[in-house]
Ligand binder design. Structure first.
Ligand SMILES: Cc1cc2nc3c(=O)[nH]c(=O)nc-3n(C[C@H](O)[C@H](O)[C@H](O)COP(=O)(O)O)c2cc1C
Length: 287
C-alpha cells in the first residue's frame, strides 16, 4: 500500500457530492426542535398484532396502496453517490462500530463506521466496510491493515456528540481522542486503546481484507472490507447480567445510524417467541 494517503485532498470533494446536510441552516433547525428527552426509559409494548396467525401476512394493508419503482444501481444518470444515499437510508437502523487503531508510529486514531456488523460468534467475527481503496484509505483502514489490530466500541447516548466529532476529515496522524475528549483505556491483547466511556468494547485482530473495484471503472478502488476477530471483550459491570452473557438494552442505550446525518435511539421494543415447526405448524394443523 502507498504510504501517505491523499484523503484530505479528496474528501472535501466527496462531501460536496454527497451534500450530507439537508438543512440550509442546521443550527436554526436544531434550535427549533424539542430538547433531547433524557428522562425516557426503555419500555416494552405488545407486538403490533398479538393475535397474528399462520398465513396472516402483514399486520396492515397500507403497503397495497403503493406501487414499487425499480432502481437499476447503474441506470442512466444514476451515480454511485445516489446508491450510497439510498442504501444508508434504507438499510436501517445500522449499528455503529467506533474503531480505535494506532498507526505504525503508534499514533492513535478513532472514527465511527456504520458499514459494520457482527457476522459470527465462534469465532466472534465482525465486518467493517471502509470507503476508499488501498490507494486512498481512511486512516482506520490503513492502520488495521498495516498493524492487524483495532478495538471496536459500541456508542451509547452519553457520548454521541464526541463520537460523531471523530468523523471529522482530519489529516492522517491527527489524534481524534484529543478532539473528542474521550478517554483511552489500555487494552489487554492489542495495542489500540478502547473507549473508557463505552459500555461494550471489543479487542480485535484482522483476519482478512478485500478491496472493491468500481463497476464503472474497474481501475478505481472504491472500498475496503475487513473481517476481524474479537479476541477480548470489555463490558461495564452494571450493563451485563450475572452470567456475563446478556447486555441490558435499557442501560446500553445504543446509538444507531439512520439515513443522512440522522441517528436513532432504541427506546421501546416488543418480544416475539421463536416459532417451532413441530409445535406451531404441525400440531396446530392437526387440530
Ligand atoms: C455514524 C457514522 C458512520 C460512518 N460510517 C462509515 C462507514 O461505514 N464507512 C466509511 O468509510 N466511513 C464512515 N463514516 C465516515 C468516517 O467516520 C469518516 O470518514 C472518518 O473521518 C474516518 O476517519 P479516519 O480516516 O480517521 O479513519 C461514518 C461517519 C459517521 C459519523
Amino acid at each position: 500500500m502507498s504510504a501517505p494517503n491523499s484523503k484530505t485532498a479528496e474528501r472535501p470533494g466527496l462531501e460536496a457530492q454527497i451534500q450530507r446536510n439537508p438543512h440550509p441552516d442546521f443550527r436554526k433547525v436544531e434550535r427549533e426542535r424539542p430538547p433531547f428527552e433524557s428522562d425516557i426509559s426503555w419500555k416494552y409494548t405488545q407486538i403490533p398484532k398479538t393475535d397474528w396467525k399462520i398465513g396472516d401476512g402483514a399486520n396492515d394493508t397500507e403497503w397495497k396502496k403503493h406501487k414499487k419503482i425499480q432502481i437499476d444501481p447503474y441506470g442512466d444518470s444514476r451515480k454511485p453517490v445516489d446508491n450510497y444515499k439510498t442504501l444508508i437510508s434504507a438499510v436501517t437502523p445500522r449499528p455503529i462500530g467506533f474503531v480505535s487503531t494506532v498507526n505504525r508510529k503508534g499514533e492513535r486514531n478513532l472514527a465511527p463506521f456504520s458499514y459494520f456488523s457482527v457476522v459470527n460468534h465462534d469465532p466472534p467475527l465482525f465486518t467493517i466496510g471502509f470507503s476508499g481503496g488501498l490507494d486512498n484509505p481512511k486512516d482506520s483502514a490503513k492502520n488495521v491493515i498495516e498493524t492487524g489490530e483495532l478495538t471496536i466500541n459500541i456508542i451509547s447516548e452519553w457520548f454521541i456528540e464526541a463520537a460523531n466529532f471523530c468523523s471529522t476529515n482530519s489529516p492522517f496522524g491527527v489524534d481524534e481522542w484529543k478532539l473528542s475528549g474521550l478517554t483511552p483505556a489500555e487494552s489487554t491483547i492489542v495495542k489500540p486503546p478502547h473507549v473508557a466511556e463505552s459500555a461494550f468494547s471489543i479487542e480485535a485482530k484482522l483476519v482478512t481484507h478485500h478491496e472493491w473495484k468500481s463497476k464503472l471503472d474497474p481501475n478505481k478502488s472504491t472500498g475496503t472490507l475487513v473481517i476481524v476477530e474479537g479476541v477480548n471483550f470489555h463490558v461495564r459491570e452494571d450493563v451485563i447480567n450475572d452470567d456475563l452473557n446478556i447486555i441490558d438494552i435499557a442501560k446500553l442505550k445504543p446509538v444507531s445510524r439512520l439515513g443522512g446525518i440522522t441517528y436513532g435511539r432504541s427506546i421501546t421494543g416488543y418480544e416475539s417467541l421463536r416459532p417451532d415447526y413441530e409445535k406451531d405448524v404441525v400440531n396446530v394443523n392437526k387440530i
